[in-house]
Write a protein that binds this ligand. Structure first.
Ligand SMILES: Cc1cc2nc3c(=O)[nH]c(=O)nc-3n(C[C@H](O)[C@H](O)[C@H](O)COP(=O)(O)OP(=O)(O)OC[C@H]3O[C@@H](n4cnc5c(N)ncnc54)[C@H](O)[C@@H]3O)c2cc1C
Length: 492
């Protein structure tokens, strides 16, 4: 008889590990509390418009493709991606506009022409990002370095003996301020900390890896939108005989003699050989494993930021914007002080605008655009959200009106809003954070929860709140690590 695995949650990490385990010979059951798969990756269809509800920036599609290849299928039969020539258009209050061309030489030319920065500063910065990625990726991203026994394996020695190479002791803002002269450029490279919901004034300079990934490997968009990734991974899991049950919250993880024994659903105990949680780690310890407290090493780390998103059906076209656009705050430091210390929005928040209909025309009626307008938000600690949202909306509209020189409000046909309370309610993400614990502080990224339980055998963790971190590529990396852990523990 096949060994039995249960997965809690159908976020991208949960679906990925379901595929791995099924290929490894497990009979896999996946329970999801919502009526649909995908967790934070979802889509809304309203009045002929389609909106990606959560993630929009897609990097390292090879990690999705690998799951199809693992199942001996051709990924291109199911998902098609296109590489963006222009990764993002950046707008500043003084009228400066920068296009972040994927082609590194073209991008550097743009920066030196528009901001007067010495091209050598940029070449050197990208080179350092690449070197860091080469040192850290095997040791820290695609491996469970948290096994003390593995720390001194060959691939980890560079990191173990040269921890300074990770550049954790300077914040990304300090590193950028030493690397560049132009404040707009410093701000542009600072904003990468927000890709993992962190504060550029305290998150480590290690994050310079991210611009390297964007410009060397690329940023992509799936031809049918972000949710097509979830649809196709769900179908792949079903073809591999994974049994998925929706509207089925798991109530408790069962433990017997320090060994995971199954899950409780609707008051009934179900027996399994191994249990994998794709649920936010804080929520997991506080609700599904109450007899075992969250490890102290991570319990004090603050959560990553959340998001306030407006989905606007626009009744006309805006030629001056691209697929991904960022309208920077003119007081960036104040924005992060507000988010992480005062748990509020600043008066001039940075606005991210994503318009998938620029590349996927079916996403909006002809002559119209689907606007996903997001500002970083503080986590939900019971603020007066109605008030905060009303003020943030005014600030967003006034910023967009000013920079685009249009009356935005009169072109909004309808609006849907998502705030940190809903993110928390719908995905069980602790306080509505997008990426689990923040990476604020030199070593916070290294203190993420392990992909296995240190005491309870057969209990594993995948998804954005555990090692190696949040965001689609890292969730997929976490599933790969869990698969390897299961092989080490039970198969080899
Ligand atoms: C607004 C927004 C923008 C983002 N932008 C980007 C981006 O541009 N690029 C990027 O890479 N990432 C982005 N992210 C982050 C990315 O979406 C997440 O890191 C990733 O999707 C998390 O996947 P996960 O595997 O951790 O599971 P989640 O998506 O967190 O899903 C967990 C699942 O578990 C289910 N669950 C919870 N409790 C139970 C229970 N007791 N029983 C059964 N099921 C349960 C939930 O319903 C949910 O479906 C964004 C996220 C948001 C919200």
């Amino acid at each position: 008889m096949k060994p039995k695995a249960v997965i809690i949650g159908s976020g991208i990490g949960g679906l990925a590990i379901a595929i791995h385990l099924s290929k490894m010979g497990y009979s896999v059951d996946l329970f999801e509390k919502n009526s649909y798969p995908g967790g934070k990756i979802y889509e809304y269809r309203i009045q002929g418009y389609r909106f990606d509800s959560g993630p929009s920036l897609f990097t390292m599609p090879n990690l999705v493709d690998e799951l199809f290849t693992l199942a001996e299928e051709n990924p291109a039969d199911y998902l098609k991606y296109h590489k963006l020539e222009n990764i993002c258009r950046y707008f500043y209050d003084d009228g400066t506009i920068i296009d972040a061309w994927s082609d590194i030489d073209k991008f550097i030319k743009e920066i030196s022409e528009k901001l007067g920065e010495d091209p050598d500063h940029l070449y050197r910065y990208f080179k350092r990002g690449e070197e860091l990625y080469n040192i850290a990726s095997n040791a820290l991203i695609f491996n469970s370095f948290q096994h003390y026994s593995k720390l001194f394996k060959k691939e980890n020695l560079q990191v173990a003996f040269h921890p300074f190479k990770l550049d954790t002791m300077k914040s990304i803002h300090e590193r950028n301020s030493c690397s560049f002269l132009n404040p707009h450029l410093i701000q542009l490279f600072d904003h990468y900390a927000t890709y993992i919901g962190s504060n550029p004034y305290s998150a480590p300079a290690t994050l310079k890896i991210i611009p390297h990934l964007e410009h060397h490997i690329g940023v992509f968009y799936p031809e049918k939108g972000m949710y097509s990734i979830i649809n196709e991974l769900t179908n792949l899991a079903l073809r591999l005989d994974v049994k998925i049950q929706y509207n089925t919250p798991v109530e408790k993880v069962l433990i017997r003699d320090d060994q995971a024994a199954g899950v409780r659903i609707n008051g009934e105990d179900n027996t399994y050989d191994i249990v994998v949680s794709d649920v936010d780690i804080n929520y997991f310890y506080k609700n599904l494993l109450i007899e075992s407290p969250i490890p102290e090493s991570i319990s004090h780390i603050e959560q990553s930021s959340s998001a306030l998103v407006f989905y606007w059906g626009m009744d006309c076209l805006f030629p001056q914007i691209d697929l991904h656009n960022i309208f920077f705050s003119s007081s960036y430091k104040e924005e992060f002080d507000c988010l992480f210390e005062q748990k509020t929005f600043s008066e001039d928040p940075t606005v991210y605008l994503y318009v998938s209909s620029k590349h996927i025309p079916e996403d909006a009626p002809q002559g119209c655009e689907n606007w996903f307008v997001m500002v970083n938000a503080p986590v939900n600690v019971g603020q007066n959200w109605e008030n905060l949202i009303e003020n943030a909306r005014k600030a967003i509209i006034s910023k967009l009106n000013r920079i685009l020189n249009r009356d935005i409000e009169e072109h909004i046909k309808f609006e849907k809003v998502m705030d940190p309370r809903q993110i928390e309610e719908e995905t069980r993400s602790w306080q509505g954070s997008l990426y689990g614990n923040s990476s604020n502080g030199p070593f916070a990224a290294l203190y993420r929860h392990t992909n296995f339980h240190r005491r309870i055998k057969g209990l594993y963790f995948t998804g954005g709140s555990v090692h190696p971190g949040g965001g689609i590529p890292l969730c997929l990396a976490s599933a790969k690590i869990v698969a390897q852990e299961v092989i080490n523990d039970w198969i080899s």
